[in-house]
Write a protein that binds this ligand. Sequence first.
Ligand SMILES: [Zn+2]
Length: 280
Amino acid sequence: MRKIHTGVPTDYILVIGESARKDYFHSYGYPVENTPFLDNNFTVKVDGMKSGGTYTIGSLTNMLTVPDKGKWKPRYDRSIIDLARSAGIRTYWLSNQGMVGKFDTPVSAIGRKADKAIFLNKGDYSEKNISDFSLLKPFKQILDQKTDQFIEKVFELLKKEKSVTGRPFSIIYFSDHGLAHKTEKNKTTLTNNFASKFHYDIPLIKIDSDRNDRIELSSEKSGLNFTEGLGNWMNIQNPDLPKTSLFDGKNDLTDYGLKEKINLITTPKDPAIDLTGKLK
Ligand SMILES: [Zn+2]
């Protein structure tokens, strides 16, 4: 997303990971060194972000809209794309997400509201008469890489662009939800078929081009307040937008029953399994 109406435009890049549990990231303490880039290149790292659900659609529809929080129902007329566009920010949506049947998922329907939306797996795009963001093509080419490498490539591309245009950027990375361990016949796999107490624990990392400091925050953040947090990240001024920050280091005033929901999960705790020495 690019903010173009005040001063130097800033590029805001929101990277959504698929099914990534925080406790499997070295940058969050996992012993296998699987996040060499994120380990050393974050500006703010938040420990305590909870997803808005335990599966892609259930979570992202709550996280990428300002939902009806009492009913835990997404509101598609108040999506992150609507919010950004209302502030005059040009929006681009790039996805390699699969499709359910031949229909759009509610998540791709949110993406389709962007000024330009590209769905690589469907070979499909839609646009609202705007010029291309120069980085769309290089972003497309790296979309299949693994999380840490992908973010590194995005960072390098944006840095190169900044050296030419002077345009600052800010990247946020989070994942849609975690997974649960399932053990059958002595074999453990990660699954999404039931919920674990750690299912909602997701990474939340911000990288700003104009800062070199490293801040680690521990604060409880609810996925139901996420879109408001993103709006404030992009400095969107809107009387209806509460001043909720994802990066203030404070617990959300209310999580709308999320913690209670997690407490009701009865499956045994399933912390990350240390695979040191078992990975080739
Ligand atoms: Zn997912």
